[in-house]
Write a protein that binds this ligand. Structure first.
Ligand code: GLN
Length: 235
């Protein structure tokens, strides 16, 4: 029996799972095991009750516009608890469609507007007859991390008050192809357009999320041994 236990809410894991975003769950479990932590996950989907207190981490994958339109409606019922989760400083990774839905709104490829939950202050506009597709790499100037992945999105996202980008573009398009930003960070929420999946290819981010969750849940404990875990370079 592992000494520590963490529980992941896999938000709409049955609907939002583009390009193997499920691999993010596997990466958290894999690095958790190396840290002596039992990591469990449960899919939280349409009409499932979500309580912030039941989970230590959350993963929200990407999706196509059709799935997003269904999720957008259901999300409004979970909005208050999701905001509670985020404001409590619990770590979450939100990818592409998930990233878009945490913001104020998303305009889909047909020009239809879907409400997000406004937990973060960005919004996502439509591109006309264009998608941003390809490999991408970015650097976070604050913590020195470099992240690598693959992006495929039509939406163009503009960050708002209180948000910092996940990183500055080294190569690729990122949030909008204009301001050289990619993704968003607010409290311990990491938003990104990276599939691939981001935590499998960028172990340092998985480790950062796990350490944050451990410190939140077990504030009296010393996690220096877990913090010393070596993870592979981003690839
Ligand atoms: N449907 C959204 C877009 O095209 C998100 C796509 C995704 O999650 N890969 O922008």
């Amino acid at each position: 029996m592992a000494q520590y236990e963490l529980r992941i809410a896999h938000l709409y894991g049955d609907l939002m799972n583009t390009y193997g975003d499920y691999g993010n769950i596997l990466a958290l479990k894999y690095y958790g095991q190396q840290m002596g932590v039992q990591v469990d996950s449960a899919v939280v989907s349409l009409d499932t009750d979500f309580k912030a207190a039941d989970y230590d981490l959350a993963v929200f994958g990407g999706g196509q516009d059709f799935e997003q339109s269904i999720v957008s409606k259901d999300l409004q019922k979970k909005k208050a608890e999701l905001i509670k989760f985020i404001e409590a400083g619990k770590p979450m990774v939100a990818i592409c469609g998930g990233f878009q839905m945490l913001g104020n709104y998303y305009i889909d490829a047909n020009g239809d507007k879907m409400p997000g939950i406004g937990a973060l202050n960005h919004h996502t506009e439509q591109q006309h007859d264009n998608r941003f597709i390809g490999n991408i790499s970015i650097k976070n100037g604050d913590n020195g991390d470099t992240y690598k992945g693959f992006e495929n999105h039509q939406g163009v996202t503009f960050l708002g008050a209180g948000e910092k980008p996940l990183g500055q573009i080294i190569s690729g398009y990122g949030n909008n192809g204009q301001d050289h930003t990619e993704g968003a960070i607010y409290k311990n929420v990491y938003c990104t357009y990276f599939h691939g999946p981001i935590l499998a290819r960028n172990g340092q981010l998985a480790k950062r999320m796990l350490l944050t969750a451990l410190h939140n849940k077990y504030p009296e404990q010393d996690f220096s041994k877990q913090a010393a875990l070596k993870v592979p370079e981003s690839y």
